[in-house]
Design a protein. Structure first.
Length: 179
């Protein structure tokens, strides 16, 4: 007497189950290959990176028109903020698995526009007071962010906050130097 149900052999079972199994494998491996979402602090680090570049440009610009006594100090501030940008860029690159941040382009006009971080680009003319105000804002932002982070990133931002504070409170503190 013939059976109403077909006989299932191992070959038939594999032939019907294999396409479904392959689909699950492909979907599973595609999900595993997708890049992980960026950490939440990435945007903050990029903002600090952009701010460091802007401060460096501002101090360099101020050095070109400053009195001879203050110009070397402003040049040092510019190179310190450039070093901060490099350190932040290295950390962003490490954090993103090799995707380096792009350096914000230098402004071509004095018209104020805002960047993604909310920091205004460097103007075409700058004074010691402008640099002092920018460094004070950078120090406060870096200090607030350092408290929210941990490990190396907290230390990096704490160091940046301290350097910015020392620059505006010590190196640029003499009111007779301001232009």
């Amino acid at each position: 007497m013939p059976s109403a149900l077909p006989t299932i052999t191992r070959r038939r079972l594999l032939a019907t189950a294999l396409p479904a199994g392959m689909a699950l494998t492909v979907l599973g491996s595609a999900a595993a290959c997708a890049p992980p979402p960026p950490p939440p602090e990435l945007a903050d680090l990029v903002g600090q990176f952009e701010r460091a570049h802007a401060d460096s440009r501002l101090a360099g610009l101020a050095a070109t028109t400053a009195r001879p006594q203050i110009a070397p100090i402003l040049t040092t501030v510019a190179s310190e903020r450039a070093a901060h940008a490099r350190a932040l860029g290295d950390e962003i690159t490490r954090l993103t698995g090799g995707q380096a941040p792009t350096t914000p382009s230098a402004p071509t006009s004095a018209a104020p526009t805002s960047t993604a971080s909310g920091a205004a680009p460097a103007p075409t003319v700058a004074t010691v007071a402008d640099v002092t105000a920018a460094l004070q804002a950078s120090a406060e932002d870096a200090a607030h962010l350092a408290v929210k982070l941990s490990g190396y990133r907290a230390g990096l931002l704490g160091s940046i906050a301290a350097a910015c504070t020392a620059s505006y409170q010590v190196a640029l503190a003499d009111p007779g130097q301001a232009r």
